[in-house]
Structures are given as C-alpha cells and as structure tokens.
Design a binder for this molecule. Structure first.
Ligand SMILES: Cc1cc2nc3c(=O)[nH]c(=O)nc-3n(C[C@H](O)[C@H](O)[C@H](O)COP(=O)(O)OP(=O)(O)OC[C@H]3O[C@@H](n4cnc5c(N)ncnc54)[C@H](O)[C@@H]3O)c2cc1C
Ligand SMILES: O=C([O-])CC(=O)C(=O)O
Length: 556
C-alpha cells in the first residue's frame, strides 16, 4: 500500500504576483479581480480548467434577487440551516454582497434563465422559505458559470494558466509568510515534473474533499488537497466533521463508487415528492417545509426510512411534471437518469444520500486570510463561517463568488499600500528534512471504504474507532516500508492518496471529538444537540492539543 518515494526537488522555478490554485468559480473569480489592480495572476489547476465541482452544479446560485426578497430573509434561512454554528458577520457579508456579485457574474458573461419579460427566473431548494435561486440551462448552472469564467480568463493575457499541474505544498519565507508553492506538472517541455512558483500571495481554491468517501457527487479531482496542504503548512483547519450528504443522488446500486449523478434539490423545489417503498410521502409532517426541509434533515429522514424498511434507497417522484417540463427545466438530470435506464417521466427515481460538500475547511477571516500570512483560501476549501454545521442549498457558488471578490479586494488594497512585496525564498532549501511516506494509489479505495463505513451519514464512537484503526494501519505500512526499494517518481494518484489519508484522519479525529448530533454531523451514540458544551470549532481544539500537527512536505 505504500512506497518510500524520493520526490525530486523542484527542478524549475517561475515567478508571478498572485498564484491561485484551482479553476472553479472561486479561483477564476480571484484571478479576474486581481487583474483589475494590475497584478499578474497565475492559475494552477490539476486537470482541465473546468474539471472541478463548479461545472457540475445543477440547482443554481442563491441570492436575494427576487421582488420582496431581502438579504435579511436569506440570512435567516442560512442561519437556521447552519444549526447554530454560522458566523453571522460572514453570512451577512454573503447575503448583502451576493446580489451584486451575481450581477457582476452576469456582466462577465454568465447567462441565467429568464422569463419572457427578461426577469431572472428563480427556483426553490431545501431550507429556503421562498424562490431565491437563479439557474442556467435549466439544471446546468455550474456549466454556464464555468464557461463564462473560463472564457474570461482565457481572453486576459495577464492571467497565466497552468493545467495538468498538481500543487503540493506551500513555500514560506524566513518570516513564515507565504512565498509560493511547489507543484508537479504532468506535461512535457521545460515545466515537466516538480517545480516551484514564487509569488507575493497564494490563494487556495481547490474545492472539496468528497473523494474521501466511496460514493460522492464530487468529481475525481476533489481529493482535499488544499486542506492537506494547509495542515502541512500549519494553517488552522476547522469544522471538518460537517460533511454534507446530498439527500437525492441517483442510486446506482450498493457497489457504486466514485462520482455519482446528482438529482438537484430544485426538482423538489418545483414540486417532486420523496416517497418510500410503499409510496408514502414520509417527509410530510416531519418539518414545516416537508420535502424542502434543510438538506441534513432530509438526508437523515431518508436514511432512517431506509433502515426501517431495510431498503437501499427511497424514491423521488416527479412523474406529474410531464415530459415537456422534464425536457426544458431539467434536461441534464433527465439525460443522466435515462442514460442509467431510468425514465423520470414514467418512473420515480431511486435516490439515496451521498457525500456532497465540505462545510468546514481552512479557517479564514472575512477577507479570506488564513492563519498563515499571505495564504488565502476561498470556495469550498475554505471555512469562512458561512455554513456552520450544514450549508444552505445553493449558497456554495455564491460563497465562492463573494469571498473570492473579498480576497481580490484585500490583495488590491495591500498592493496599493506597497505591502504586497516579493518574498525571498530558498526553493531548494524548502524541502522537508524528513522523508514523508507517500501512500500508493491503491490506498484511495481503502480510505474511501473505511470512511464510508466509519464516518459516513451516521457515525458512532465505535464506527469511527474502526476507521481510525484502518487509517493508522495504512500509515504504519507506509512507515514499515521505508526501507523498501524506491519505485518510480510519484504519480498524481500517489499525491492524492497521501492527501486523502491526511484529510480523512483529520476528519475522523474531529468527528470523534464532537459528541453531539448537529447539522450534518449525525452521531448515533449522541443523538441530541448539546449547545452547552459543543458550540466551539473542534478543528481548533484538535490543533491546540497537537492532534492536527503541521506535517513536513512530501517534497524533499
Ligand atoms: C454535482 C454537484 C452539484 C452542485 N450543485 C450546486 C448548486 O446548484 N449550487 C451551489 O451553490 N453549489 C452546488 N454544488 C457545490 C458547488 O458546485 C461547489 O462547492 C463549488 O463549485 C466549489 O467551487 P470551488 O471553486 O471552490 O471549487 P471547484 O469548482 O471544485 O474547483 C476546484 C479546483 O481546484 C483544482 N485543484 C484541486 N486540487 C488541486 C491541486 N492539488 N493542484 C491544482 N489544482 C487543484 C481542481 O482541479 C479544480 O479546478 C454542487 C456540487 C456538485 C458536486
Ligand atoms: O441540489 C442542488 O442542485 C443544489 C446543490 O447541489 C447544492 O447547493 O449543493
């Protein structure tokens, strides 16, 4: 399962002003906005520019755009969904700046669906008390946002784009200020292999960590690399236990692994029902919003009903929409269901929860600054405090947009005062003194199985102890193998497996410590919410206790 790898020292170095890791809504928005201040931006991305979660977003982007809606109402719904852990200042920034941020996205070129009068069409999703979600292409919102942002960065010569490049670790100067990063480029020519980018500031926008679990809506690139990098760099990471499981993911069988097709909450927003194996609408009476209760509540209700009925899935019934509505309003979902042999026009869709979103991540302030000077984070990798214990539906794209703009504003202001200076960094000397055992690519599936069994929708001390033991076993093998023969240079899959292991270990440690049920963290052995004891951010508690330590970089 493990290798001793001798990763090469950075073989080449390049320089920029701001290096952005990730090319989803968050990363590209930062790049476009720092350009307005005349700063050079370099965007590094693991695969193609549009391979992150952004492209897959279906339902839409939430913002108080409709008549009669206000940021205050959006704030209320966000706070309720967050189950007592939201940072109200961060939510206020999100909901008040959100509508204009969406208008600026439209100005960049994103086309949202509109009625015949040209007004933006709005839908509903779980936890929203009114229609507030703008969508594009019916259920292809993320694809349209991604298309517009990619076109914009491609047409700006001041944005350098490096695709097929996996960022490994942070470089810091003698003062501990971020000074760039190391990366592994899977290409040919001068920039092949492990290299370094020196920069005045580093922005992490690496998206989620859904690939920690066997079945997830997230694409293959969502391996938690940004959180792993942050942990190794000693940045504070928090709320990792709050993994959101989307209630309605197309059920493809008990062995289904990897990215699974989502069936958007907007389908319920437009009137589809959740029914059990007997055709009973089991959400009715469980919450004032019935099927449109916040996501954690619906995911729990589905899981409970599955347990009661010994079923592997429930059903989402939208047959009453009729073919024309499915074709115009939900063309992506219709096509993906039909591709798997299910026609939602004539049959209820089998659905079950799957890992969807990391509500926690790298702790930031309201300007996207992490606890390492010069290191910023935004989008799903960050924990701005907006989501608390459970994110409100369609607040993620908005958070990526708003906090990316805030980071760019902070960088612009620091640039204006001359504070954003070049940093001296000894790239070759930045390598860790100790070799770090890297996990072989095959460890990925084992980590996913351990996490799904031990720290999935429902958790207990016993299930998480088993996951911890399994993860420790994988790490021990890594250590035991240090004397082994050196294999070929690490592959992307090797870096990813190593990052997944670190992130999974941190997630289980945080989830084991939180002895209560809150938001999307569901403890079988502690079924109640405990406000007296458990309001604090546990990632910080773990770091204070030395259990989430900074670790040396694998690049040595
Ligand atoms: C199927 C699906 C549907 C969704 N629907 C909605 C919705 O309707 N509304 C909503 O608000 N949210 C939705 N979400 C959530 C939302 O799409 C994501 O949270 C959001 O797009 C994340 O944006 P991001 O920019 O932070 O990251 P991403 O879009 O995931 O981009 C991350 C980028 O980082 C790159 N990267 C990662 N690691 C590295 C590395 N080591 N080196 C270099 N590059 C790296 C990736 O390749 C990628 O380019 C959905 C998510 C999924 C999966
Ligand atoms: O259900 C949807 O389409 C919305 C969604 O995934 C999200 O907000 O993460």
């Amino acid at each position: 399962m493990s290798y001793r790898l001798t990763a090469p020292a950075p073989g080449w170095t390049t320089t920029t002003d701001v290096v952005v890791v990730g090319s989803g809504v968050a990363g590209l928005t930062v790049a476009l906005n720092v350009r307005q201040a005349g700063l050079r931006a370099t965007v590094v991305t693991k695969a193609m520019l549009d391979d992150g979660s952004t492209r897959w977003a279906q339902g839409g982007i939430a913002a108080a755009l409709g008549e009669g809606d206000t940021p205050e109402q959006h704030l209320d719904d966000t706070l309720v969904a967050g189950a007592g852990l939201c940072d109200e200042d961060a939510v206020r920034a999100l909901v008040t700046e959100g509508p204009d941020a969406v208008r600026r996205l439209i100005a960049v070129g994103a086309a949202f669906d509109r009625d015949e009068d040209g007004e933006i069409l709005l839908t509903r999703e779980g936890g929203h008390h009114r229609r507030r979600i703008a969508h594009a292409g019916g259920d292809a919102t993320g694809a349209e946002i991604s298309r517009a942002l990619v076109a914009a960065v491609r047409s700006d010569p001041g944005v350098e784009l490096i695709e097929h490049a996996l960022v490994l670790d942070l470089l810091t100067d003698a003062d501990g200020h971020a000074a760039g990063l190391t990366l592994h480029v899977m290409g040919e020519g001068q920039r092949d292999g492990v290299g370094a980018i020196r920069a005045r500031a580093v922005v992490l926008a690496t998206g989620g960590m859904g690939q920690v679990f066997s079945a997830t809506t997230n694409p293959a690139v969502s391996t938690g690399d940004g959180v792993a990098l942050a942990l190794r760099a000693g940045a504070e990471v928090t709320d990792l236990e709050f993994v959101q499981f989307h209630p309605t993911v197309l059920w493809l069988g008990p062995e289904a692994e990897g990215q699974q097709p989502l069936v958007s909450e907007a389908v319920r927003g437009e009137g589809a029902y959740l029914v059990d194996g007997d055709g009973v609408r089991f959400m009715v009476g469980q919450h004032e919003l019935n099927e449109l209760a916040p996501r954690d509540i619906v995911a729990k209700a589905i899981t409970r009903r599955m347990q009661e009925q010994g079923a592997e899935h429930m059903y989402l019934d939208g047959r009453h929409f009729g073919a024309a509505m499915w074709e115009t309003r939900f063309p992506t979902i219709l096509a993906s269901c039909r591709a798997h042999g299910i026609d939602p026009v004539t049959r209820p869709i089998p659905v079950a929860p799957a890992a969807h979103y990391a509500s926690g991540g790298i702790r930031t302030d309201l300007h996207g600054r992490t606890t390492v000077p010069g290191l910023y984070a935004c989008g799903e990798v960050a924990c701005t405090g907006v989501h608390g214990a459970n994110r409100l539906a369609s607040n993620s794209l908005l958070e990526g947009l708003v906090f990316a703009e805030r980071i760019a504003a902070d960088l612009t202001a620091r640039h204006a005062t001359g504070e954003l200076t070049e940093r001296a960094v000894d790239v070759a000397g930045a390598r860790a003194a100790q070799p770090v055992p890297l996990l072989a690519p095959e460890a990925r599936a084992e980590i996913q199985r351990l996490m799904t069994r031990g720290a999935g929708v429902i958790r207990s001390a016993a299930s998480m102890a088993a996951a911890e033991a399994g993860l420790a076993h994988l790490a021990e093998h890594a250590r035991a193998d240090l004397a082994d023969e050196k294999p070929a240079d690490p592959r992307v899959e090797t870096w990813e497996a190593t990052n997944l292991h670190l992130v999974a270990s941190a997630l289980v440690a945080a989830a084991a410590l939180r002895e209560e049920t809150r938001g999307c963290h569901w403890r079988e052995d502690f079924p109640d919410r405990d406000d007296a004891t458990w309001r604090r951010h546990l990632g910080l508690a773990l770091q204070e206790r030395g259990e989430l330590r900074a670790q040396p970089s694998p690049v040595r």
